[in-house]
Design a protein around this ligand. Structure first.
Ligand SMILES: Nc1ncnc2c1ncn2[C@@H]1O[C@H](COP(=O)(O)OP(=O)(O)OP(=O)(O)O)[C@@H](O)[C@H]1O
Length: 578
């Protein structure tokens, strides 16, 4: 019931269009039944009654009713198709915004293929059900009622026979419906797992070949496929058993109608014409009952699809925040922030108090796993603190309107994601109001313009899936240029230059420092060269801030920071804390 109420929220927006399609289909089916009825007049009045002058009226009646049914059925099908596509589009865009508000933890824990399945299969099933199968179900129901009325009027006994056998048919359907629903749900889950397996297989091709694990991969795929196959077969067996039982019941019913009808004609109780159409209508009624109950059974399966989509739509979402943030960012404060990743116990940040001065270059350093990137994730609101509060200009971050906050910052991750698209589109990411000059200027600052220009198609060169046609360092520089474009108030660089050689990095840093003067840049890095000239260096250790100051101040202190730097000097690797 809850699922139906949930679907109604979407359906109600298109209720007039869906209602119209139902009406048109019901009228179409009624016209079809009326057209069939012309046989009675043809047999009884024209052929048996020898009133040949009535032939033209019978033909006119048949032509009009048949043409009406043809036009209405065509229009009904057109409407259902159009409504289906509209609802699919509407649900798809709602799902997209649900995904964008879903905590990153849920996205990361579910596989990409699972999300693809929601879009391609589940949502399509739900919208087809609502806009196509449901109107057709109603159409069949309307036709069924009309047939019941006509048959009941002509021969209540025949109606009784058809109804008794159909009740038996219903009983079989009802028995199988819940088992079918459970099986369809399981089958859907296994299909999702199979898609995930295929996606994993394709993504890991490089590693699988490099480690000669082809046989292992194949075995694992076969295992997953076997489970899916098993569920499909189980479902097929169940559907067959149900079909066998219900078909037998129907055939016995048809024979009973034929015997009774023939007997009535011999006895002279009904005309031949009435017998012919009552027999035809009762056969049709059997089929209609079948369609209506198939629809009822299918509805259970369809509700399973809707259940899955509904669960997704109703899962936890990141609060959008309602407070405006138009003023420049003057303060970023972490107040006793404690954080553990969802599903884990360990506190990655422990009662962290942090005050990040704005308008300056800040560096966060510390041993690997100390919680540096976690700070970025919290600032991006990928996760919410387990306790404590992050405040921007004194306002809790969770209260600030997401679009206001995200409009003020940009971020570069260590492994940036590039779309399989042109370099230009990867840089622009759909943003408007950025000119080509600004784009090129950012690329110059990121030390990537000359490389892009050296490519045959320059900025219109298409990079492969995830940007595989570029090196790691080139990808990082494209991502840095992308973040610099539009000169955001706050820029976060999380290990953003780790793949660059020293010389390129140094030039890039100089450009970045010039470009970002007076703006807030947070740099998370292990390389001394990247952080040395920061206005403030924050040293993290096991989720706490243990030291802060400039490079010189911290070196003079001879504590955690100096120890990190000395490790670097000793191993000569040029990086600290890694
Ligand atoms: N999605 C996640 N789920 C569970 N634990 C995580 C997740 N991401 C990070 N962690 C854990 O949180 C801890 C802090 O990770 P974080 O990435 O913040 O460290 P870091 O200081 O940036 O490390 P590095 O310098 O190696 O990048 C690590 O122990 C890591 O294993």
């Amino acid at each position: 019931m809850k699922t139906i109420r949930w679907i109604w929220v979407y359906v109600s927006k298109a209720r007039w269009a869906i209602g119209l399609s139902m009406l048109v289909l019901v009228l179409g089916q009624s016209a079809q039944i009326m057209a069939q009825g012309s046989q009675k007049f043809l047999i009884d009045d024209v052929l048996v009654g020898k009133h040949y002058d009535k032939l033209k009226w019978v033909l006119l009646y048949f032509t009009l009713t048949y043409l009406t049914s043809y036009v209405l059925n065509w229009w009904g099908r057109y409407l259902t198709r159009m409504n289906g596509l509209c609802l699919h589009k509407h649900m798809g865009s709602s799902l997209m915004s649900v995904i964008q508000r879903t905590p990153v933890s849920s996205i990361q824990s579910g596989r990409t293929a699972k999300w693809v399945q929601y879009f391609t299969s589940d949502i399509q099933q739900v919208s087809t059900f609502v806009t196509d199968e449901l109107p057709r179900g109603i159409q069949q129901l309307g036709g069924t009622l009309l047939l019941i009325a006509i048959i009941g009027w002509n021969s209540p006994v025949v109606l009784g026979i058809v109804t008794v056998f159909s009740v038996l048919y219903i009983a079989i359907g009802r028995y199988f419906a819940p088992i079918m629903r459970k099986q369809v749900r399981e089958m859907q889950e296994k299909r999702g797992e199979l898609l995930t397996k295929i996606e994993e297989g394709i993504s890991s091709t490089r590693e699988v070949i490099a480690f000669n694990r082809m046989a292992w991969e194949e075995k694992s795929f076969r295992g997953t496929f076997a489970i899916f196959f098993d569920r499909v077969m189980q479902n097929g067996k169940l559907a067959n058993s149900q079909l066998l039982l219900s078909n037998s019941v129907q055939w016995i019913g048809r024979m009973a109608v034929l015997v009774f009808g023939g007997y009535s004609v011999i006895k002279g109780n009904v005309s031949i014409g009435a017998f012919v159409i009552v027999y035809q209508y009762s056969n049709q009624l059997f089929t209609n009952y079948q369609t209506v109950f198939n629809f009822a059974m299918n509805m259970s399966g369809q509700l399973a699809y809707s259940d899955r989509v509904k669960e997704l739509f109703e899962q936890e979402k990141i609060g959008e925040g309602t407070r405006e943030l138009r003023a420049p960012v003057k303060s970023i404060e972490f107040e006793s922030v404690t954080f553990a990743y969802p599903g884990t116990e360990r506190h990655v940040l422990n009662d962290l108090d942090l005050s990040l001065p704005t308008g300056r270059k800040l560096a966060i350093v510390g041993a690997s796993g100390g919680g540096k990137s976690t700070i970025t994730q919290l600032l991006l609101r990928f996760f919410e603190p387990s306790s404590g509060c992050i405040r921007i200009n004194g306002i809790p971050l969770s209260d600030i309107r997401m679009t206001d906050w995200m409009g003020k910052l940009s971020v570069v991750f260590q492994e940036p994601f590039l779309l399989p698209d042109t370099i230009r589109n990867n840089l622009m990411l759909g943003r408007v109001g950025i000119t080509d000059e600004q784009m090129i200027d950012a690329c110059r600052s990121a030390q990537i313009h000359d490389f892009i220009e050296s490519l045959e198609q320059g900025y219109d060169t298409v990079v492969g899936e995830r940007g595989y046609t570029l090196s790691g360092g080139q990808r990082q520089r494209v991502a840095i240029a992308r973040a610099m474009m539009g000169d955001p108030e706050l820029m976060i660089m999380d290990e953003a230059t780790s793949a660059l050689d020293m010389e390129t990095e140094q030039k890039l840093q100089e450009n970045l420092d010039k470009r970002r003067a007076g703006k807030t840049t947070i740099v998370i890095a292990h390389r001394l060269s990247t952080i040395r000239n920061a206005d403030l260096i924050l040293v993290m250790h096991q989720g706490r801030l243990v030291e802060q100051g400039t490079h010189e101040e911290l070196m003079a202190k001879d504590e955690a920071y100096r120890r990190l730097v000395s490790t670097m000097s000793e191993n000569g690797a040029g990086s600290i804390g890694a």
